[in-house]
Write a protein that binds this ligand. Structure first.
Ligand code: MG
Length: 159
């Protein structure tokens, strides 16, 4: 088995919907970025790549590639999952923490977990997501953006 960690942060912007964990969250500012800004999926992708020692999201999907502008991060995640499968790795579990002053994450946790499990084609219960505020401190506390931390465990596929 191997473990990997991932981190991502994005600035809020009012001109697009908020997409987190592959789920559109209504009544909240979106996240700026070259892709759809889905920091949950980006941190998870880096944790998966880290666990398998396959590089990073920035190496695989550089923001200098125009065809990735506005990309659906769900597509990036499934591409990475396929890469891990090819290399003989299977997800055991992943634990993700979203640090945001707003919106509240908890009401959307279940939808995000089920969407990610569906994208990765793993059973329910393999993905955990927790929301925290930053107690009003710093750039997160001022509502300038949000940050995500992820840990993923992968194992060698037996057959
Ligand atoms: Mg990102």
């Amino acid at each position: 088995m191997r473990a990997g960690t991932g981190y991502d942060s994005h600035r809020f912007t009012d001109d697009r919907p908020l997409v987190l964990g592959g789920v559109v969250i209504p009544d909240a500012p979106g996240l700026a970025g070259h892709s759809d800004g889905d920091a949950v999926l980006h941190a998870l992708i880096d944790a998966l790549l880290g666990a398998a020692a396959l590089g990073s999201i920035g190496l695989l999907f550089p923001d200098t590639r125009p065809e990735l502008a506005g990309a659906d991060s769900a597509d990036l995640l499934t591409a990475v999952a396929k890469r891990l499968e090819t290399e003989g790795w299977r997800l055991v579990n992943a634990d993700i923490t979203v640090i945001a002053e707003r919106p509240r994450i908890q009401p959307h946790v279940s939808a995000m977990c089920r969407r990610i499990e569906a994208l990765l084609d793993v059973p329910d219960g393999r993905i955990s997501i927790k929301g925290k505020t930053n107690e009003g401190m710093g750039w997160i506390g001022r509502g300038e953006g949000l940050a995500v931390m992820a840990v993923a465990l992968v194992e060698r596929r037996s057959g």
